[in-house]
Design a binder for this molecule. Sequence first.
Ligand code: DQA
Length: 144
Amino acid sequence: MKIMVLNGPNLARLDIRDSSIYGELTYAMLVTFISESAQRLGFDADVRQSDDESQIIQWLHEAADSNLPVILNPAAFTHYSYAIRDAAEMLKAPLIEVHLSNPLSREEFRHTSVISGIAQGTIAGFGPNSYLLALEAMKSLVQK
Ligand code: DQA
């Protein structure tokens, strides 16, 4: 089964972000981890990243039109993009929000997610394993 895994701004530069938060992970390592984990669970993952809000919105439209489940790390857009929320709300298959870090243990502006309210659930704080846990949760959702 196909699944879209969408990543928002600055996630392609993980290796040069704060290593006390994101560790030594590179984006390439994250993509490999997601793709291999997805494959083991029977998913064919289309993993994408953009720094551009409009690009992410277009990908969400594509997922909605193709009835695809989505795992979304909106990165900083999490905290303020009503446009991404509105696009995600049109999805027909489940949406799971993920974060590498735990935004609730970080600065106050990260404590708000405008996406959580329309996601099936949110998984945050487990590094790359947040994506693995989301894939496992998605598997049981789509099997229902
Ligand atoms: C993030 C958390 C966001 O607050 C931040 O802006 C990111 C990454 C995470 O995966 O931990 O860019 O979504």
